[in-house]
Design a protein around this ligand. Structure first.
Ligand SMILES: Nc1ncnc2c1ncn2[C@@H]1O[C@H](COP(=O)(O)OP(=O)(O)OP(=O)(O)O)[C@@H](O)[C@H]1O
Ligand SMILES: [Mg+2]
Length: 355
C-alpha cells in the first residue's frame, strides 16, 4: 500500500489553476487517512461555492486512485477559514479594524449573483440620491475587469497622489468621490486581464490606499457572481451591509439566491433588495410591458429575510443618460426612494463640509 507521504507527493502534482500553486502547498489537503486500500481526505476549498470545486475534487481523486494498492478514494469537500483565505490570497490581515476607520462612516456593497441586472446603475443612482440628500458619498468600483462607474459619471483620470502617497479619488460633477481601475489606466479601453489574487489586492488597495477623506457612505460596486473579488470585499472591507439587486426573471431570482447564501456564509447583513427592470411603460401609448415576466421578488425577500428597498422600471431615458456619462442628471422619483431606503436602514449623521 502506498504511504501517506507518497499520497501527499502525488497530490502535490494537482495545481489550483487560479492560484498557480499546488493543493498541498496551499494547505487544502487535510485529515488524510489510509485504511486497507481506502484513502480518505478533505479538500479545503477557498470558498464552498468555488467555481473550480468539481475540477479540483476530480483531479485529486483521480491522482490518488492511480497509486498502487489504492482501491477507493473518498474526497470530502471543505472550505478554508477567513484567516486561511487571507493568507492564501496574500491579503494583509492587518487591515484597520472597523473602529479605526474613523472617516468613512458606512460601507455598503451592491451585489447580485447575476451579471447585467443593474448593480452599477443602482450603485450610481444610490450615490446620486445620497448626494442630493446632502451626504458625502464615494464609490469604490470593485469590478476590476469590467469597471463601469467612471463611464456612468463621465469621469476620467488621471488620478493624482496625495502627499502621503495615497491616491486621490476623482470627483464627479456633483462631488461624488470615485475610484476605479479605469481611472488609473492610460487607455480606458485597455483590458485588465488579471488573476484572482491580483484583483483582490487591487480592491484592498482601493480601500486602504485611497484618500477617501470624510465620507458618510462609501458604496462598493461589486462584479457579478460569487467570485474571489466579491469575497475579498465582504471579508477584507468593513462592510456594514449589502444591497442586493435582482430582476423579475426566475433565473435571476435563483442566481441571486446563491449570492444571498454567500452573504450569509460570511455574515454580511443584507439591508435590502432592489428589483430592477420591473416593467417598461411605452412613452407613446402609456402601455405597460412586463418585459422579464412576472416578478419573483417575494422569493428573494423570503430567502434573504431583507426588505424590498425599491423597484426600478426599465427606462430608455435612464439608459441614454448613463451612456452619455450623465447619471447625475437622472430625475426619476426612484433616485430619492432608493436613497431614503438606505438612509432609513443605515442612518448616519450628515457631514457638513467646510468649503
Ligand atoms: N432600469 C433601467 N433602465 C434602463 N436601463 C437600465 C436599467 N438598469 C440597467 N440598465 C442598463 O443596462 C445595462 C446593464 O446595467 P449595469 O451595468 O448597471 O448592470 P450590472 O449588473 O452592473 O452589470 P455587470 O454584471 O456587467 O457589472 C447598462 O447599460 C444600464 O444602463
Ligand atoms: Mg456592473
Amino acid at each position: 500500500m502506498t504511504t501517506q507521504t507518497e499520497i501527499m507527493e502525488t497530490l502535490a502534482q494537482v495545481m489550483d489553476p487560479e492560484l498557480h500553486r499546488n493543493i498541498v502547498d496551499l494547505g487544502m489537503v487535510r485529515d488524510l487517512e489510509t485504511n486497507n486500500g481506502t484513502v480518505r481526505f478533505t479538500l479545503a476549498l477557498t470558498v464552498p461555492e468555488c467555481p473550480l470545486r468539481d475540477q479540483l475534487l476530480t483531479e485529486a481523486q483521480t491522482a490518488v486512485s492511480t497509486l498502487p494498492g489504492v482501491e477507493s478514494v473518498h474526497v470530502t469537500p471543505g472550505s478554508m477559514t477567513p484567516e486561511e483565505r487571507r493568507a492564501v490570497f496574500g491579503i494583509s490581515s492587518q487591515l484597520p479594524p472597523k473602529s479605526t476607520r474613523k472617516q468613512v462612516k458606512k460601507v455598503i456593497a451592491v451585489m447580485s449573483g447575476k451579471g447585467g441586472v443593474g448593480k452599477s446603475l443602482v450603485t450610481g443612482l444610490l450615490a446620486v440620491g445620497l448626494k442630493q440628500a446632502g451626504y458625502q458619498v464615494g464609490i469604490l468600483d470593485a469590478d476590476i475587469t469590467g469597471p463601469s462607474i467612471p463611464k456612468l459619471f463621465g469621469a476620467h483620470g488621471p488620478v493624482t497622489e496625495a502627499e502621503d502617497g495615497r491616491l486621490r479619488p476623482i470627483r464627479s460633477r456633483t462631488g461624488i468621490k470615485l475610484m476605479s481601475v479605469n481611472l488609473l489606466l492610460e487607455d480606458e479601453t485597455q483590458a485588465v486581464i488579471w488573476r484572482g489574487p491580483l484583483i483582490s489586492q487591487m480592491i484592498t488597495q482601493f480601500w486602504q490606499e485611497v484618500d477617501w477623506g470624510t465620507l458618510d457612505y462609501l458604496l462598493v460596486d461589486l462584479p457579478p457572481g460569487t467570485s474571489d473579488a466579491v469575497l475579498t470585499v465582504l471579508q477584507s472591507l468593513p462592510v456594514d451591509g449589502i444591497v442586493m439587486v435582482t430582476t423579475p426573471q426566475a433565473l435571476a431570482a435563483m442566481v441571486v439566491g446563491k449570492a444571498v447564501k454567500m452573504a450569509q456564509t460570511v455574515n454580511a447583513p443584507i439591508l435590502g433588495i432592489v428589483e430592477n427592470m420591473v416593467s417598461f411603460v411605452a412613452p407613446d401609448t402609456g402601455k405597460r410591458y412586463d418585459i422579464f415576466g412576472p416578478s419573483h421578488i417575494s422569493q428573494v425577500t423570503t430567502i434573504s429575510g431583507a426588505p424590498l428597498l425599491a423597484r426600478l422600471p426599465l427606462k430608455s431615458q435612464v439608459a441614454a443618460l448613463c451612456d452619455r456619462g450623465a447619471i447625475e442628471a437622472v430625475e426619476e422619483p426612484e433616485v430619492e426612494v432608493l436613497a431614503k431606503g438606505l438612509i432609513w436602514h443605515v442612518p448616519v449623521a450628515r457631514t457638513t463640509m467646510i468649503p
